[in-house]
Design a protein around this ligand. Structure first.
Ligand code: HMG
Ligand code: MG
Length: 302
């Protein structure tokens, strides 16, 4: 079995995590979290979203957050954007990278972005074209790749079609979202094997929510197919406001613990992650949803 020697972690906690919190997290707390994540050595930190504040009020301060982050060389701070308006708002504050998102089922597409799959593909065309004119890099997401909260099973061919379109239009990387964390290792592997026959597997990322506790097993499985980019969320924060019951992304601490244990480099420092996780968990008044973080913090406390 072969695994990548290095894995790039894309930290999505400040966006995917905090978008789903019922507590309002002030901009300065989000900024402090992003700084701590950068201190831990993370090189990609999704710091917020320029989406409609009527749809996701938790992300309304994203412009303020982005402006206040002390940008470090070698670290990118992508922001989630659904449309041209989001791109213009992002550009106005100097964002250099955005992430677009589309869903693999019609119902999820309507619930999350108020448009059909086809309309969302037309939208990305416009957004990517404008982003390219502005010199802004674009990452893509496909949601519900292993299951949909409204439609159940999802067609792998639809996932492939959207993934191909995202690459054709100019995304440099496409992240595969198991939005509700229902997939299991065999399904995840079969999907990535199919996609790898048509698109560059090294430009795919695994974005697995951990609702059913399958995310680490699924990451382990898809690394065997060549995936070397993993999205995760500090302290396992998060969920999706349009996927009821879906819990957070796999915890960054758990992913890093597994990868370092396998001798795979990430450039991330576990103590730095523990500090970032402690900081946000204390703010939210809860324990980190990370088995590795909980065990390591207990061990440190003696
Ligand atoms: P709509 O209501 O059809 O949009 O929503 P609209 O164009 O008719 O605009 C409605 C209002 O929103 C207008 O304001 C616009 O100006 C404003 P009003 O005139 O009523 O005062 N507006 C905006 N404001 C700020 N930023 C914008 C923006 N766009 C419009 N960009 C829309 C369509 C796409 C805007 C809406 O559905 C939306 O914002 N959806 C985002 C939903 C979301 O953020 N979901 C969570 C993120 S996706 C996710 O978590 C999955 C992922 O993690 C991967 C995975 O796990 O699978 C990525
Ligand atoms: Mg997500």
């Amino acid at each position: 079995m072969s695994y990548p020697e290095q894995v790039k972690i894309v930290e999505v906690g400040p966006r995917d995590g905090l978008q789903n919190e019922s507590v309002t997290v002030p901009a300065e707390t989000k900024v402090a979290l992003v700084e701590k994540l950068a201190d831990a050595g993370l090189s990609v930190i999704e710091a917020g979203a320029f989406v409609s504040p009527k749809w996701v009020p938790q992300m309304a301060t994203s412009g303020e957050v982005f402006v206040q982050i002390q940008k470090r060389s070698g670290v990118s701070y992508p922001m989630l954007v659904p449309n041209l308006k989001g791109l213009e708002l992002a550009h106005a504050v100097g964002v250099r990278e955005i992430a677009l998102f589309a869903a693999a089922t019609e119902t999820f597409s309507q619930k999350n972005t108020n448009c059909s799959i086809e309309q969302s593909i037309d939208r990305f065309g416009l957004v990517i074209g404008r982003a390219q004119d502005l010199g802004i890099k674009v990452r893509g997401y496909v949601s519900c790749v292993l299951g949909c909260p409204y439609e159940g099973d999802v067609s792998s061919d639809t996932v492939l079609m959207i993934t191909q379109k995202l690459f054709d239009r100019g995304c440099y990387e496409v992240s595969l979202g198991d939005t509700i964390g229902v997939g299991t290792a065999g399904q995840a592997q079969a999907l990535v094997e199919l996609l790898a026959r048509h698109v560059p597997v090294r430009q795919l990322a695994a974005h697995f929510h951990d609702t059913y506790g399958q995310a680490l097993a699924n990451i382990h499985a898809v690394m065997q197919c060549g995936i070397a980019v993993v999205d995760s969320s500090i302290a396992g924060l998060g969920g999706c406001p349009y996927a009821k019951g879906a819990t957070g992304n796999v915890a960054t601490e758990d992913v890093v613990y597994m990868l370092h244990g396998m001798g795979i480099e990430t450039g991330v420092d576990m103590d730095g992650l523990l500090e970032a996780g402690r900081f946000i968990s204390e703010f939210l008044r809860r324990e980190p949803v990370s088995r590795a973080a909980t065990a390591l913090l207990r061990k440190k406390a003696g």
